[in-house]
Write a protein that binds this ligand. Structure first.
Ligand code: AMP
Length: 198
């Protein structure tokens, strides 16, 4: 299979909606590649990458880092991962795009890499449930960007900058809404038939 036929979708939803968890399960069970811009950014920071260090404060405040910074990191990582894994069934983009500017970059990025965009899967989760999940995750993972104040800011940024992408994809007939409440297996059970059609 060449890259040309590899389907790529973005998994979308507010912080704490479980998209990272579902992406990991899809990776494992459906042999998809999983690329998370949050993970890429944290790895770049750990390596002391100058562009990442410059944007570190933004992340720590719960803000988004600049579109171009994320795009360059993402393209670099995608190229490397696609070269390594020729047998992958598809690609999950987790955490990208997160702004309308990034959505505009998406087509170009996928074209460069010969990937076929199949849509934006949006996980719908109740907000109260989300806040509880994030507080729990902050306790377990001790992420520096997961204090209560920062969690609130990330939610606000999500509503302002990322939520509008739902309309963007809906207008292009590329939005697939999925109920995100339930156990990992329940949510996966809703996602798998959609992904398997691609
Ligand atoms: P995440 O692990 O996806 O919650 O990402 C953690 C942080 O990395 C975010 O709060 C942003 O500061 C930054 N980040 C990750 N992905 C993006 C993106 N696509 N655009 C801008 N900033 C991002």
């Amino acid at each position: 299979m060449t890259n040309q036929s590899i389907p790529a979708f973005t998994i979308f939803g507010p912080p704490g909606c479980g998209k990272g968890t579902q992406a990991a399960v899809i990776k494992e069970r459906l042999e998809y590649l999983h690329v998370s811009t949050g993970d890429i950014f944290r790895a770049a920071l750990a390596k002391g990458d100058p562009a990442a260090l410059q944007a570190k404060e933004l992340m720590e405040r719960g803000e988004l880092v600049p579109d171009e910074t994320i795009r360059d990191m993402l393209v670099g990582q995608l190229k490397a991962i696609l070269e390594e894994s020729s047998g992958a069934k598809g690609l999950i983009l987790d955490g990208f795009p997160r702004t309308l500017g990034q959505a505009g970059m998406l087509e170009d990025i996928l074209k460069q890499l010969n990937l076929r965009f199949t849509g934006c899967v949006s996980l719908k989760v109740d907000e109260e449930e989300l806040v509880q999940r994030l507080i729990k995750r902050a306790e377990i993972e001790k992420r520096p960007d997961d204090t209560e104040e920062v969690i609130r800011e990330r939610m606000r940024v999500y509503q302002e900058k990322t939520q509008p992408l739902e309309n963007y994809f809906a207008e292009k007939n590329q939005l697939i809404e999925v109920e995100g409440l339930g156990t990992i297996d329940e949510v996966y059970g809703r996602l798998a038939p959609i992904i398997n059609r691609w």
